[in-house]
Design a protein around this ligand. Structure first.
Ligand SMILES: Cc1cc2nc3c(=O)[nH]c(=O)nc-3n(C[C@H](O)[C@H](O)[C@H](O)COP(=O)(O)OP(=O)(O)OC[C@H]3O[C@@H](n4cnc5c(N)ncnc54)[C@H](O)[C@@H]3O)c2cc1C
Length: 397
């Protein structure tokens, strides 16, 4: 690759809203029939042209779901953009589903902590591309080198992990979280559960050599290497449901705004009559996993936070800063309320729950601000995706 091409690729992958909007504009003409026809084909690293590659920006809300869906429908109409819109809605659905069943996340993190020590060597061998299954080794290297995998590859990878390598699904999910630039607690945990047959109970996703050969254009054909008739994993008890949090009243008065990697679009937060006196941001990459976070993924999330802070500072006309000591920073602002975009169930919410008591001890309240997009959609993530999507599509009309 030439130096100019390398610089252009680097700029296109920048963790900024500007780079996300440029990618959105570039991909919009392909969000219709071309996406529906090509989205399942994985043509290998550097050739993911049939899919958008937008997930790292959407996951960090450098670009919102509403913006992406709006662009798709404006260009292709609701019918033509249907498949693409449906894929974007999976993200909202997974978040709403897990928000109402937080024990799934907490059971998962506890299982990772228990299993990691026992299987660290086997996980490291897969990550280093040493399983001896050519497709798996190639995908593991792509994951580690680029922080991205095509959706179909994620499904094959997870299935081979669970049913051919017979490793605990939680450790595969953990490997993804440590390396993906779009690492997302709900989409990742629940997609791994879906592949394992725990989400749609008793119906695991089985990676088949014929399907891999067809959708990789014959680059791989692991005939005889995969377990294509696995025994189902034990299902476990039904997941207890909790109420979604009641919407907080609109904020008022002088507040300190706290950003984090789950939502970096501060300029469109419904801040009501609040006066933002200070903006700070926390990065907690090491809360992703007991094994930490890979440098590439941590640096992408850190860059995204820096971009969010930069824009928020300019928007609210205050100096914005990355902070390490949340309670000290909050006290120094002189505000008795810290407002934060709602962090859905996941590692940022875990870190904020941890910090909340220390803030309270200093007389400072943490006010979590849910976006209208989330509060309108999440209550409908009660059972299956297709009922959820039908309601979401009716609401958007
Ligand atoms: C085992 C497994 C683990 C996954 N882990 C993650 C994860 O940690 N973070 C993550 O963002 N996605 C995850 N996904 C979902 C999906 O694979 C990625 O969102 C998608 O591949 C991103 O690539 P893209 O932007 O090119 O997608 P496109 O095909 O261009 O889709 C457009 C947008 O729709 C959304 N989207 C598409 N498919 C899904 C899906 N199945 N679930 C949720 N949103 C979707 C993304 O925001 C994406 O940018 C996982 C899927 C599987 C099977």
């Amino acid at each position: 690759m030439s130096e100019v091409a390398r610089a252009a690729r680097h700029a296109a992958l920048a963790p900024t809203r500007a780079a996300g909007l440029a990618r959105l504009a570039d991909f919009t003409p392909r969000m219709g029939a071309a996406y529906a026809a090509g989205r399942n084909h994985d043509l290998g690293p550097g050739a993911h042209d049939a899919v958008s590659g937008l997930s790292p920006w959407v996951r960090h809300r450098l670009v919102s779901e509403a913006e992406v869906i709006g662009a798709a429908e404006a260009a292709h109409g609701a019918g033509g953009a249907g498949k693409f819109v449906q894929e974007v809605l999976w993200r909202t659905y997974w978040k709403g589903w897990m928000e109402q069943r937080p024990s799934v996340w907490h059971d998962y993190t506890a299982a990772v902590a228990r299993a990691l020590a026992d299987a660290a060597g086997e996980v490291a061998a897969v990550a280093a591309g040493r399983t001896g299954i050519a497709c798996m080794d190639c995908w593991a290297r792509e994951l580690v080198d680029t922080g991205y995998l095509h959706n179909h590859v994620r499904m094959w990878f997870a299935s081979i992990w669970c049913f051919t390598l017979l490793l605990p699904w939680q450790l595969g999910a953990d490997l993804f979280l440590r390396h993906l630039r779009d690492a997302d607690a709900a989409s990742n945990t629940l997609s791994w559960r879906w592949v394992a047959g725990l989400q749609t109970r008793g119906k695991p996703y089985i990676a088949r050599a014929e399907n891999i050969a067809r959708y990789t254009g014959g680059r791989f054909n692991p005939v005889g290497e995969l377990n294509e008739a696995p025994s189902p994993l034990p299902p476990g008890p039904p997941e207890p449901m909790v109420q979604l949090p009641a919407p907080a009243p609109p904020p008022q008065g002088r507040v300190a705004l706290l950003l984090h990697e789950d939502d970096l679009l501060a300029e469109t937060l419904p801040l009501g009559r609040a006066e933002v006196a200070a903006v700070g941001g926390i990065a907690v990459p090491n809360f992703r996993s007991p094994a930490g976070c890979a440098p590439l993924a941590a640096s992408w999330a850190g860059g995204a936070l820096a971009d969010g802070l930069d824009r928020a500072g300019r928007h609210f006309g205050v100096q914005a800063q990355a902070i390490t000591e949340l309670a000290d920073w909050a006290e120094d602002t002189g505000c008795d309320t810290v407002i934060s975009p709602y962090a859905p169930v996941g590692w940022t919410a875990d870190a904020l729950a941890f910090a909340e008591q220390e803030l309270a001890d200093r007389g400072i309240r943490l006010h979590r601000l849910c976006r209208p997009w989330d509060s309108a959609h999440w209550p409908h993530a009660q059972s299956g995706f297709f009922a959820f999507a039908a309601k979401a599509e009716r609401r958007q009309k």
